[in-house]
Design a protein around this ligand. Structure first.
Ligand SMILES: NC(=O)c1ccc[n+]([C@@H]2O[C@H](COP(=O)([O-])OP(=O)(O)OC[C@H]3O[C@@H](n4cnc5c(N)ncnc54)[C@H](O)[C@@H]3O)[C@@H](O)[C@H]2O)c1
Length: 254
């Protein structure tokens, strides 16, 4: 991918699943990477796995906390000598019927997936404007930000919010040379989805993949990482304020 070599990249939620695959992809492209993640041990494990590929370090913290985000972004800037790309990827999800969602559960999903996305994006955008070099911010939404999957009202609302946050940031930050886009993956095989599917039998999951995804399978974290790499690269120099859907055709079904 053009223009990624030497780029200074922060991947929030980079310790697992899509984020870890993305950190790996950027390292393979010659970028220098800092990953975030909620769990210190998981961050350390992923950094150890990725270290043979290039320059990578990790900073644990909760993206819904202003203090943790200040540590994450400040630490990444210090480690890399500035920033060029934010992969704003951290997020959480669980199934819960609309009629049973408690206010606490609602607040937690919104705090991580929407407030967290805002806090990290704003801190990085402020740094990029002060740095004066432009840059790229990629926000993780979902096909659940474009359609209302049952049992995910809080998650769907958070991911829909990410799309309008992305468009508004694009409108305001374009004049600073900061490109902002969102990703909308469909059903991707990751630890998050394994945890959600743990209570379902294998037959349900394979029937879901067959009936709801025209390509007939779940996506791979590496296939989403490729989308992040494209959007961060110079090949996407005029792609701004939009979203890239990576869903095996799921949204194409009527
Ligand atoms: N897996 C899918 O099918 C799918 C589809 C669309 C969008 N997404 C989104 O992709 C992103 C990554 O999901 P994944 O499937 O790789 O999940 P995952 O559970 O494998 O990874 C989630 C990452 O986010 C971090 N994280 C979670 N809560 C955090 C918090 N409060 N503070 C800081 N970091 C936190 C975790 O530590 C981990 O690094 C999420 O935003 C998710 O909503 C996933």
């Amino acid at each position: 991918m053009r223009g990624l070599s030497g780029k200074r990249v922060l991947v929030s939620g980079g310790s697992s699943g899509i984020g870890a695959a993305t950190a790996r992809r950027f390292l393979q492209e010659g970028a220098r990477v800092v990953i975030g993640g909620l769990d210190q041990a998981e961050v350390d494990r992923t950094v150890a796995e990725l270290t043979p590929l290039g320059e990578v370090s990790g900073l644990p913290g909760d993206v819904s906390s202003e203090a943790d985000v200040a540590r994450l972004v400040g630490g990444a800037v210090a480690a890399l000598g500035g920033l060029d790309v934010l992969v704003n990827n951290a997020g959480t999800a669980w199934r819960e019927p609309f009629l049973e969602i408690t206010p606490d559960h609602w607040d937690r999903i919104i705090a991580v997936n929407l407030r967290g996305m805002f806090l990290v994006a704003q801190a990085v955008a402020r740094h990029l404007v002060a740095q004066g070099t432009g840059g790229v911010i990629l926000n993780m939404s979902s096909t659940n930000g474009l359609g209302g999957e049952a049992d995910y009202a809080h998650y769907n609302a958070s991911k829909g919010g990410v799309l309008l946050l992305t468009r508004t940031m694009a409108v305001e930050l374009g004049r600073h040379g900061i490109r902002v886009n969102a990703l909308c993956p469909g059903y991707i095989r990751t630890p998050l989805n394994s945890a959600i599917s743990a209570g379902l039998d294998d037959g349900f999951v394979s029937a879901y993949e067959r009936d709801h995804i025209p390509l007939g399978r779940a996506g791979l974290a590496e296939e989403v990482a490729a989308g992040y790499a494209f959007l961060a690269s110079d090949d996407a120099a005029f792609v701004h304020g939009t979203e890239l859907v990576i869903d095996g055709g799921q949204l194409a079904i009527m």
